[in-house]
Write a protein that binds this ligand. Structure first.
Ligand SMILES: Nc1nc2c(ncn2[C@@H]2O[C@H](COP(=O)(O)OP(=O)(O)OP(=O)(O)O)[C@@H](O)[C@H]2O)c(=O)[nH]1
Ligand SMILES: [Mg+2]
Length: 330
């Protein structure tokens, strides 16, 4: 079970993992006991990995307490203690889907289709199609994530349609068309420069007519500070809901893990306009600061649902704390 699946995740997280383990080795090496000085150095290691100040403080506090209570002295035990505390933090903080307000759940509590969700965890509720809208700033990995998601849903036997609502550049439409081709998903496109909301509207009409299970709407990257562009996003959102009440069922905000903690301010701005139901943290493979997952999960009441660990279709994973911590510190 563990072998290949965890292996690929571990490989995807290798920059962060190797950085963390190397630094821990340096800090622990040659010491004979766990003391305040060592804990301070571990604190620094976590900050360097972009875990964030709040969560880092709590992790260190947890280690300090256990060291005291259980009279642990051997510095070699630090890695294990760290793993336990990160795990505890990820389990307590962040949000389990069951605790999330209904509108945040993205339909996970809706009636399930026979057979459940499969690898992607997608539960197709009785009402079809399920509509997913992808948003985020420029170049974070939206279109690639759509391709990866399409692959997973198609592999589960679902009929998928991609909506090319990034009409800003012809190349953006072509990029989505390539993913549609590669995955066997349908595509609804207009010419570049067309109204993105009307592409979205037409995509839903086509999806209903063709009995599609999942529609994924691509949108142009935009800076969260550009008011008119954010309003355009709001319009796409409204049009989707007008065509199919309740749509979009999920709004996934894609963040680039290499931008670190700055990502958090993007979330608030997007959430205010389109009500984000889940975070996708892409490009985790490209950074040694993968600890940002922990920081983001701690800071927000929106769940990290997916992580991107490469450019291939199979490089998108459900974010599972246990698996994540095992791949990082196991
Ligand atoms: N290494 C790595 N690269 C990724 C990942 N996700 C996306 N990329 C790469 O990031 C680049 C940008 O990805 P896109 O999917 O085009 O990003 P986008 O958000 O759609 O960009 P715009 O539409 O221009 O805003 C591409 O070169 C992708 O291959 C990932 O998880 N890991
Ligand atoms: Mg794109």
């Amino acid at each position: 079970m563990m072998g290949k699946f965890l292996g690929r995740l571990r490989k995807g997280l290798s920059k962060t993992r190797e950085g963390l383990l190397r630094r821990l080795g340096e800090v622990v090496g040659g010491r004979s006991k766990i003391d305040e000085e060592l804990l301070e150095e571990i604190e620094e290691v976590l900050i360097e990995a972009d875990v964030g100040v709040g969560p880092t403080t709590r992790i260190i506090e947890g280690i300090r307490e256990r060291v005291k209570e259980e009279r642990i002295r051997d510095p070699e035990r630090i890695q294990g203690l760290l793993k336990d505390e990160v795990m505890r933090l990820l389990e307590d903080s962040g949000v389990e889907l069951s605790e999330v307000a209904p509108q945040r759940r993205g339909g996970h509590k809706e009636p399930l289709e026979e057979g459940g969700g499969g690898l992607s965890g997608l539960r197709v509720s009785a009402g079809k199609p399920r509509v997913i809208m992808m948003v985020g700033v420029n170049g974070v990995g939206k279109t690639t994530t759509i391709g990866k998601l399409a692959q997973q849903y198609v592999d589960e036997g679902k009929k998928v349609l991609l909506a090319a609502s990034d009409t800003f550049r012809a190349a953006a439409i072509e990029q989505l068309a390539i993913w549609a081709d590669r995955t066997g998903a349908d595509l609804v496109r207009h010419h570049s420069g067309a109204d993105p909301a009307s592409v979205a509207f037409d995509a839903l009409a086509a999806a209903e007519a063709r009995g599609v299970d999942v529609v994924i709407v691509d949108t142009a990257g935009r800076l969260h500070t550009k008011v008119n562009l954010m309003e355009e996003l709001g319009k796409i959102h409204r049009v989707l809901g007008k065509r199919i009440p309740g749509a979009p069922h999920e709004v996934l905000l894609v963040l680039d893990a290499t931008t670190g903690q700055n990502a958090i301010s993007q979330v608030r701005k997007f959430d205010a306009i389109v009500h984000v139901t889940g975070i996708v943290l892409a490009k985790l493979d490209g950074t040694a600061k993968g600890g940002v997952v922990i920081g983001i999960r701690d800071a927000l009441d929106i769940p990290v649902q997916w992580i991107g660990i490469g450019e291939q279709a199979e490089d998108l994973r459900r974010f599972e704390p246990t698996e994540f911590v095992e791949a990082l510190l196991g």
